[in-house]
Design a protein around this ligand. Structure first.
Ligand SMILES: [Zn+2]
Length: 163
């Protein structure tokens, strides 16, 4: 579906129209396949061992095909969503660790690695970089954000916008 949108843009064709055409086609295909499934079901039903085998096999293949069309139909324009630039990364790195970790005292904070208890803060914060003297975990503000929020790199970069 992404390529449909991109192609429509490249050709200067109305994107909504192009997507509607594609969806129409996919829905038609899904309808045909489901129809085929019910026909197969009728043809091979019964107690015969071979029939049961053929039935299951056909159902499996048809299910797979239907899923393929359905996933295309419920597309997410994920490639666009996940696009981050080097600029975004550089900007995210400007976000201050002081604003991310609330309890920094004398340049020390509780370790975020989750590897150990950290009763006496052993993670040193310097130049917007964190280093734990207990377990050795270290990272920049993006790494710290990923760790404390259990999110991936792209989400972290998108979320971290300097105040
Ligand atoms: Zn640590």
């Amino acid at each position: 579906m992404y390529s449909v949108i991109q192609t429509a843009k490249d050709f200067g064709v109305d994107v909504q129209w192009a997507v509607a055409r594609r969806k129409e086609y996919l829905n038609q295909k899904i309808g045909e396949l489901k129809n085929e499934q019910s026909q197969v079901l009728q043809a091979f039903s019964g107690n015969n061992e071979l029939n049961r085998f053929l039935l299951l096999d056909s159902m499996r293949i048809l299910d797979k095909e239907i899923k393929k069309y359905e996933s295309d139909l419920n597309f997410k324009n994920s490639r666009n969503d996940n696009r981050i630039t080097q600029n975004d990364i550089e900007r995210a790195k400007q976000f201050s660790l002081e604003n991310l970790l609330q309890n920094i005292r004398n340049g020390k904070a509780h370790c975020v690695s989750g590897n150990h208890m950290d009763k006496h803060p052993s993670m040193s914060i310097k130049n917007n970089f964190a280093y734990c003297y207990s377990c050795g975990w270290h990272g920049d503000v993006i790494d710290v954000y990923m760790k404390i929020n259990s999110v991936g790199f792209v989400t972290a970069v998108k979320t971290l916008k300097p105040l």
